[in-house]
Design a protein. Structure first.
Length: 319
């Protein structure tokens, strides 16, 4: 064993340190469920686990609970308060903590999620399988309220890519990131529009452009609790519009001209609106909703060309 190889508290050589980071803001019950599920995960062999809570609530509402929990929690539990309101500030603090702890990997999940016992073992195991220097994105199963209509529920069922699929971007809701992406490449989450969302897509797009592979691992599963405030067409429409804004940014980043992006977006808006109207007349509600959401996305693309932004993340959903 060389001098700089880490050891755990029993003196055994370990291969990696993983910091599981959870950004939270005033969702106490969801956070408790999330942390309870992490407490019973299967720990990969020769891996040391840290868990970091990044509290983005000015009132530091999670502080007392974490102070009590850390006394008996099976992993080292770290609490950080970020006064600046906005998810990218919290995520960047998670990067700072990970570097301070000298971890090899940063794992993000959301505070409204809970993990399956084998989740981390599978996520890290797949990372090792592909060489340990790739970003690995797991699978998120969304748990809906019982009273959601089928015509709305279907839009929360994501088309799942198979394990090993190469991605150009992903989200932070279930992802493992090698620390060199932040330490050596210097990537951070952009803070220009801290309440819009989508900075994770931007982060991983930039990582991909810098040559970092991103792979899907469909067997690394977490579950996301969808509250009633999100399980409706109004929220889905806003989300699609925001996705369109981010899509415009990505298209520009890949070299597409603003004019081409705008013209294509306008054409798709017209076509999608036409189909949506015809399907409404034909009483095909599910298909009507599909084209309505497509129209919302391309409206976002057109708006994104002209620098539009949103502040969806000022509202706390779930509790």
């Amino acid at each position: 064993m060389t001098e700089n190889q880490p050891q755990d508290s029993f003196g055994d050589q370990i291969d990696a340190r993983i910091n599981i980071c959870i950004c939270t803001c005033r969702r106490a019950e969801l956070l408790k469920r999330c942390l309870a599920s992490i407490a019973v995960v299967n720990v990969p062999d020769r891996v040391q686990i840290y868990v970091s809570i990044i509290d983005n609530d000015n009132a530091q509402s999670a502080a007392d609970y974490i102070a009590i929990l850390k006394k008996d929690y099976p992993f080292a539990l770290h609490y950080q308060h970020v006064a600046s309101s906005g998810i990218p500030y919290a995520r960047n603090r998670a990067i700072d903590v990970t570097l301070e702890l000298k971890c090899d990997y940063l794992v993000f999940i959301d505070d409204d999620e809970w993990v399956e016992p084998e989740w981390l073992d599978v996520l890290y195991g797949y990372s090792r399988k592909v060489g340990g220097e790739a970003i690995v994105s797991g699978h998120v199963i969304q748990e809906l309220p019982d009273n959601v209509s089928e015509t709305v529920a279907r839009f929360f069922i994501k088309r799942e890519r198979g394990t090993g699929t190469a991605l150009s971007a992903c989200a932070t809701n279930n992802v493992l990131i090698p620390v060199f992406v932040m330490a050596d490449l210097g990537l951070r989450f952009v803070e220009d529009n801290p309440h819009m969302g989508g900075e994770d897509t931007i982060f991983f797009t930039l990582a991909s452009q810098k040559g970092v592979p991103i792979y899907k691992c469909a067997e690394a599963i977490v579950h996301e609790v969808i509250p009633e405030s999100k399980a409706n067409m109004a929220w889905l429409s806003r989300r699609k519009f925001r996705v369109g804004i981010i899509s415009a940014w990505r298209k520009k980043k890949y070299g597409r001209s603003r004019l081409i992006i705008c013209l294509n977006g306008v054409l798709m808006v017209i076509l999608a609106f036409g189909f949506s109207a015809l399907l409404a007349i034909a009483l095909q509600r599910e298909l009507r909703n599909k084209y309505w959401l497509k129209m919302c996305k391309y409206l976002g693309v057109v708006a994104g060309v002209f620098g539009a932004s949103m502040d969806d993340y000022r509202v706390i959903h779930g509790e």
